[in-house]
Design a protein around this ligand. Structure first.
Ligand SMILES: [Zn+2]
Length: 322
């Protein structure tokens, strides 16, 4: 490459420009006069200005390129962050869908349980209404929809299995105030009040419900209850939860306790040697209420036990469980 070398000669107002080629050849000198000097000086300044400008432009271009790379990197970082966020959102959406599914399942289990309870409660209420309203003959053959007629005890067994179903259907502890818990409590109270508990320790009975030859009257008369074996002083238990509606002397019954269990049920405990409860007192199922005796029209110590529905004597063996 060739180079250019300029030299301003102060002498004689000339500008001498020497041309020195790198290869072998003669040195050429161009002699420029004063006018040309001014022109060339101007041109040189312009050239310098152009170079500076070009340099500046190039630096700006370089800077832009760097910024562009930096922006691209930032954009890539943002895009990757966006991808991660989208993945997270997708994961959460999936979890939400799964939770929704679990909730739906739980709700359907709940609904099934509630429907079952409603259905059983309705059947049970129907049964109780039938017990109260219809003749004794029909007791134990209450129709239960499309099912075969069932006995009272079968119904009680069914009620108990329903309660255990309800217990197993309990979904979580924060659910205790739910309808299920309330209905479970209702059903338990209902079952608890039913006179199903055998009222003495002995399971021996010697005079059943119905017509019989009366040992004192010496003729056939209706026996309204069931006589149960027991020694004087043996404990007598409440057959179901309820309220003591009578406690005292009651003619031929001697010392007698009557418990009102609600839903039309009452139980009688007669010939007691001692009464351990007071009228108006609430008693729980199996609670000790008195002692076996032979007071009133009685020849020996035993418990005369009656179950009355709407004040009509019924066979205690239909209810109590040995
Ligand atoms: Zn009796």
């Amino acid at each position: 490459m060739k180079s250019l070398k300029g030299k301003i000669s102060a002498r004689r107002n000339y500008l001498s420009v020497m041309y020195i080629p790198h290869n072998k050849g003669g040195v050429k000198t161009i002699r420029i006069n004063h006018y040309r000097t001014t022109l060339l000086t101007t041109f040189a300044f312009m050239l310098v200005a152009l170079l500076v400008l070009t340099g500046y432009t190039l630096s700006v271009v370089k800077q832009n390129r760097e910024m562009k790379i930096q922006h691209t990197n930032e954009l890539n970082a943002i895009l990757s962050e966006k991808e991660q966020l989208e993945a997270l959102i997708a994961k959460q959406a999936k979890e939400l869908a799964e939770n929704a599914e679990i909730i739906t399942t739980m709700n359907s289990v709940k609904t099934i349980s509630e429907e079952a309870i409603d259905s059983y409660r309705e059947q049970y209420e129907n049964m109780v209404v039938a017990y109260i309203d219809k003749d004794l003959k029909e007791i134990g053959t209450v129709s239960r929809g499309d099912k075969k007629p069932a006995s009272f005890k079968e119904d009680v067994a069914e009620l108990r299995s329903l309660i255990s179903l309800v217990e197993s259907a309990k979904l979580s502890e924060d659910d205790v105030t739910s309808k299920i818990a309330q209905k479970e409590a209702q059903l338990n109270n209902y079952l608890d009040a039913l006179p199903t508990y055998w009222p003495v320790n002995s399971r021996t009975t010697f005079s059943g419900f119905g017509r019989r030859f009366h040992p004192i009257y010496k003729r056939y008369i209706m026996h309204d209850g069931l006589d149960m074996a027991g020694e004087k002083g043996d404990p007598v238990y409440a057959a179901g939860a309820g309220k003591v509606s009578f406690a005292g002397w009651n003619g031929g019954y001697g010392n007698c306790i009557i418990i009102d269990h609600g839903n039309g049920f009452k139980t009688y405990y007669a010939h007691l040697s001692k009464i351990l409860v007071k009228e108006g007192q609430r008693v729980s199922k199996a609670e000790k209420i008195g002692l076996v005796g032979s007071t009133g029209l009685s020849t020996s110590a035993h418990l005369h036990f009656e179950v009355r529905l709407n004040d009509k004597p019924t066979d205690p063996l239909s209810y109590i469980e040995p």
